[in-house]
Design a protein around this ligand. Structure first.
Ligand SMILES: Nc1nc2c(ncn2[C@@H]2O[C@H](COP(=O)(O)OP(=O)(O)O)[C@@H](O)[C@H]2O)c(=O)[nH]1
Ligand SMILES: [Mg+2]
Length: 347
């Protein structure tokens, strides 16, 4: 079993938040009054699982890593190299801004550090990419609120419902009690999907045939409070940021959640399909403008995704990336770790 959540320390003298049930040993770092800052969690504790995850992440991003790596094979440090690098970064979905930034920073580093061979320049680029992406890395902390209310948004097919399922299972194995709300009332099949999944996994799903997403969400928050649960996750119907009335509806859902519990939703996540290219950036901007996102989940990095879009996000709209997904299994969702990701992009 591996785990990737971090529990925020709860001050013993101000217990307005109940401390959740004890988690399985080694799953979650807990804090004492003497040592209030938990050590960072190892996302995956078993070396074999860790290796398998990295192998699959590398395979998923191999298009970009091949392009980038080949550039440096026996290369001279000249304008041609920078030109080819620019093209490769643009092709990776990094976008004009991040590409320009990385190239300028690399030229400067090559000059300052008097780098002469291709391997050193590659290492310098890798370092710059890690520095660029590290601000996006943030551990997901459990136990900050009871219940902690999370709203999950995104376009159709991005992987919202799948991600909710995976997160719910991970949270359960961290000793959290979870309630789901089938806020995708637009398609009956979507409601069914979550209900069936909930039954199979023994997780309560709040659903309403009437089909008002705000009402379902409100009920779920009330129910989570009444039952003293740890986490309420609210699924929403997919929508494009250009569908203005649907974006208004989403804002309403968020407002109504806040009426159910002061300060909720505590997390508003956007799920993005990693294959969407530069459009992912447009999605982040639009959903963030509408909802003030607290985090992102990037899915499907196992397919044809090129991965560079994270650099674009880091430069243009740095919303933290809590998790990345590389497949449909539970363990295929893991925390985003900048150094690992760059290692997959530029081995
Ligand atoms: N390959 C792959 N498929 C995924 C991943 N995440 C989700 N999917 C698939 O993408 C499809 C749409 O997912 P779903 O959760 O229903 O999307 P939603 O419309 O946003 O709720 C489903 O077939 C999922 O199994 C991932 O990380 N990798
Ligand atoms: Mg769905």
């Amino acid at each position: 079993m591996f785990s990737f959540f971090k529990k925020k320390p709860v001050a013993p003298e101000a217990p307005e938040v109940q401390i959740p049930a004890p988690a399985p040993a080694a799953a979650v770092t807990t804090a004492t009054a003497d040592a209030p800052v938990p050590a960072p969690l190892m996302p995956i504790e078993e070396p074999a699982q860790k290796q398998s995850w990295m192998t699959r992440l590398k395979a998923g991003l191999s298009k970009t890593s091949n392009n980038l790596s080949l550039l440096f094979v026996g290369a001279k440090i000249d304008e041609d190299l920078y030109d080819e690098l620019e093209a490769a970064l643009l092709m990776s979905d990094a976008g004009v801004d991040a590409t320009g930034y990385l190239l300028d920073a690399l030229r400067q580093k090559v000059k300052d550090e008097k780098l002469l061979d291709a391997a050193a320049v590659k290492a310098a680029l890798k370092q710059l990419m890690i520095e660029l992406l590290t601000p996006l890395q943030r551990p997901f902390e459990l136990g900050r609120h009871q219940p902690m209310v999370m709203m999950i948004a995104g376009v159709n097919g991005a992987g919202k419902t799948t991600t909710i399922g995976k997160l719910a299972k991970h949270m359960q194995s961290n000793g959290q009690s979870v309630l789901l709300a089938a806020g995708d009332t637009f398609r009956a099949a979507a409601r069914e999907q979550l209900m069936v999944w909930g039954q199979r996994n023994n997780i309560t799903v709040i659903s309403q045939a009437s089909g008002d997403p705000a009402a379902v969400s409100f009920d779920a928050v009330q129910s989570g409070k009444a039952r003293g649960l740890d986490v309420v996750m609210i699924d929403t119907a997919g929508r494009l940021p250009t569908q203005l009335h649907l974006m208004e509806e989403l804002k309403k859902v968020q407002r109504v959640i806040g009426k159910g519990m002061e300060g909720a939703p505590h997390e508003t996540l956007l799920v993005i399909d990693g294959n969407t290219g530069q459009n992912a950036l447009a999605q982040v901007k639009a959903f963030d403008d509408a909802l003030k996102l607290t985090g992102l989940v990037i899915t499907k990095l196992d397919g044809t995704a090129k991965g560079g879009v994270l650099a674009a996000i880091a430069r243009v709209r740095p919303v933290p990336v809590y998790f990345i997904g590389i497949g449909e299994k539970i363990e295929d969702l893991q925390p985003f770790v900048a150094a690992e990701f760059v290692d997959a992009l530029l081995p």
